[in-house]
Every structure is written in structure tokens, then in C-alpha cells.
Design a binder for this molecule. Structure first.
Ligand SMILES: [Zn+2]
Length: 133
């Protein structure tokens, strides 16, 4: 984690209590789920996607597209809902996407998106929850 402060900062114990083991591993320890395993990879209902930890709305279903990469992909995020952190782990330079409210790890942002925005948010299903829009 960076030293940045988020509005909803909670202790590790709080999140462990709230999240299941896999959610905790991805959201709080920056893990990655296996490709094509996620419950929302092929999910196309009309819903808002919310942070799996703090339930802030992050993406809408019309921002979702099928990238074929094995994780839910979005071409944009809700304004101010996510923040970006330079991620130099695993010998790569990538842009990490985190929830701007709780700092939970969501996935990474790439600039090779096929739609107008040119952006591809590659997000772990497990970091998301959804509610009907
Ligand atoms: Zn959050």
C-alpha cells in the first residue's frame, strides 16, 4: 500500500472480518484472481458495479465490454470513483486501479481499449459487487 490516505480507512482486522479469504487477498493484498474464473467476467446485466469492500459505485454496465482477457473489462469508470497508483511490481510498469473511497485494489488500467475512450480497465470480479441500477 502507498502512504496515501483514503476516506474510509479501516484496520486489517476490520477487512478480514468483512471479506472472505479470497476477497481479502485481492482487495487488501493486491492479489489477482485466475483469468476466466470471475463471477462477472461474462456478466452483462444492467447493473452498477460497486466496490466489493465498501460498496461505492465504481462502474456501470454500459462501461463494460468483452475484452476477451478473462477479467471483467470497462472502458471508463465513474467520475472520481477510482484512483490510480503507479505499480512497478513484477518487473512491469503498470497503472494500478484502486477504490478512491477505501483504497481497495481493483485491478489495472491499460491504454489499449477498443472503444472511444481507448482505455481498458482490467478488474478482478472478486473486487466488485453489483447492485441493480
Ligand atoms: Zn472501496
Amino acid at each position: 500500500m502507498s502512504n496515501k490516505k483514503f476516506p474510509k480507512e479501516e484496520s486489517e482486522a476490520h477487512w478480514k472480518n468483512l471479506l472472505n479469504e479470497e476477497e481479502f487477498r485481492v482487495l487488501r493484498k493486491k492479489g489477482t484472481e485466475s483469468p476466466f474464473s470471475g463471477k462477472y467476467n461474462l456478466h452483462i446485466e444492467k447493473e452498477n458495479y460497486v466496490c466489493g469492500a465498501c460498496k461505492t459505485t465504481l462502474f456501470t454496465s454500459n462501461q463494460k465490454f468483452d475484452s476477451g482477457c478473462g477479467w471483467p473489462s470497462f472502458d471508463d469508470a465513474k467520475k472520481d470513483a477510482v484512483e490510480f497508483i503507479l505499480d512497478k511490481s513484477h518487473g512491469m510498469i503498470r497503472t494500478e486501479v484502486v477504490c478512491s473511497n477505501c483504497g481497495g485494489h481493483l485491478g489495472h488500467l491499460f491504454n489499449d481499449g477498443p472503444t472511444e475512450t481507448g482505455q481498458r480497465y482490467c478488474i478482478n470480479s472478486i473486487s466488485l459487487d453489483f447492485k441493480e441500477g
